[in-house]
Design a protein around this ligand. Structure first.
Ligand SMILES: Cc1ncc(COP(=O)(O)O)c(C=O)c1O
Length: 382
């Protein structure tokens, strides 16, 4: 019997990794499952992106190891994207690091900056990977509560009351998942001031800024020389490319170089056609996003109906590709979701998986066709 490393003792398998097996078993037994659980876009990537990938496949260099920092053209495309959509000027030589999705970036950043016993501020509710990875690297998670009362924004007064002496890093994620809270200039300014005051590295995880969101924002726009601030971004949601595994990290040369030290020891560059396709995507005009959003808006209207039929309450001005709702009183998020799954074959994400502050809530994804969402409504009414 080979014992697993003790760092795994406090880390569970990812919720969706186990729950989706149950969903699949129901599906295999003939149940007509409507999946509103995961945030994996069902729409195709832009056609010209797939063509660019195909063409790059014929490049004789495509099958060799690629540069650790990504190709110069992909980095230039990221630079143009940040300039055009966020008004942020980046040095494409040294302030950009392409990644295999932002999820891997969370691990690289944690390995680059956290020592055993360092503390990390993590949003509750929030993306579960922040906490899991902090545990894996031996850091201590210090949860900061987000709540409906504060519009799911950090409560700076509460943050100031914490003992912050050992805190080295703070994860933030605006536009927020799972709550749909928007990113705002004054929020980013306050976060930057807070980070500076306490010497805490602020990392904004920003994969949702183009989905049902009027004003895409980057935290980098509000920082001086990107000191103490980094941003993760991703093509997974904005361009329907979650399976491609492609994203990016942006920040000062010094911070990027630390992450590069980790990354160059973990992989050997990204497949060239992926980078060529992704560069094409990042250069698409604004219309790409407006067209996607027309579809998401129609889906959202259906999901609002579904949530109302279920007796859930919600705020309508949420951004992103989910609807975050409060479940009716007298039930837990897990019971509610299991009942929905077993009785009506509709799958949604229970709020508790995002942290204790997510208990009492449920997250519906907009990654299902309008037709299927409306089918779910009919099923419930029947
Ligand atoms: C807040 C947040 N960050 C990061 C990710 C991971 O994105 P990627 O596909 O770029 O790894 C997700 C995916 O669901 C997410 O919700």
């Amino acid at each position: 019997m080979i014992a697993q490393a003790s760092r795994l003792n406090h880390v569970e398998e990812y919720y969706f990794s186990t729950k989706l097996k149950e969903v699949k078993a129901l599906q295999d037994s003939g149940k007509p499952i409507i999946n509103l659980g995961v945030g994996s876009p069902d729409l195709p990537p832009p056609p010209q992106v797939m063509l660019a990938l195909q063409q790059a496949l014929l490049n004789p260099d495509a099958h060799q190891y690629q540069p650790y920092r990504g190709t110069a053209d992909f980095r230039r495309a990221i630079g143009e994207f940040y300039q055009n959509f966020y008004e942020v000027t980046l040095n494409t030589e040294n302030e950009i690091l392409p990644l295999m999705g932002s999820k891997e970036g969370i691990t690289h950043i944690s390995m680059a900056f956290l020592n055993d016993g360092d503390e990390v501020l993590i949003p509750n509710p929030g993306y579960p990977t922040y906490e899991a990875v902090s545990r894996l690297v031996g850091a201590k998670s210090v949860m900061y509560d987000l709540s409906e009362d504060t519009g799911w924004l950090p409560d700076f007064e509460e943050l100031e009351k914490k003992d912050l002496r050992r805190v080295k890093l703070m994860w933030v994620n605006y536009p927020n998942m799972p709550t749909g809270a928007a990113a705002k200039k004054d929020l980013f300014e306050r976060l930057i001031t807070f980070g500076k005051k306490h010497s805490i590295l602020i990392v904004n995880d920003n994969p949702y800024s183009f989905i049902l969101n009027e004003e895409p924002q980057s935290i980098l726009k509000y920082s001086d020389n990107m000191e103490g601030v980094m941003e993760l971004n991703s093509l997974s949601k904005s361009f329907n490319m979650s399976g491609w595994r492609i994203g990016m990290l942006c920040g000062s040369e010094q911070l990027i170089n630390s992450v590069l030290k980790v990354k160059t020891n973990m992989d050997s560059g990204m497949f060239l056609p992926l980078q060529a396709g992704a560069a094409m995507a990042l250069r698409l005009p604004q219309e790409w996003f407006s067209d996607q959003n027309k579809i998401y808006l129609r889906r959202k209207e259906e999901v609002l109906k579904l949530a109302s039929i279920l007796g859930c309450s919600f705020s309508e001005d949420q951004t992103g590709m989910f609807l975050w709702c409060r479940v009716p009183t007298g039930t837990t998020s897990e019971t509610f979701v299991d009942h929905l799954l077993q009785q009506y074959h509709i799958f949604a994400a229970p709020g508790f998986i995002f942290g204790s502050q997510g208990e009492g809530y449920i997250r519906f994804s907009l990654c299902a066709t309008e037709e299927n969402i409306s089918k779910a409504c009919k099923r419930l009414k029947a």
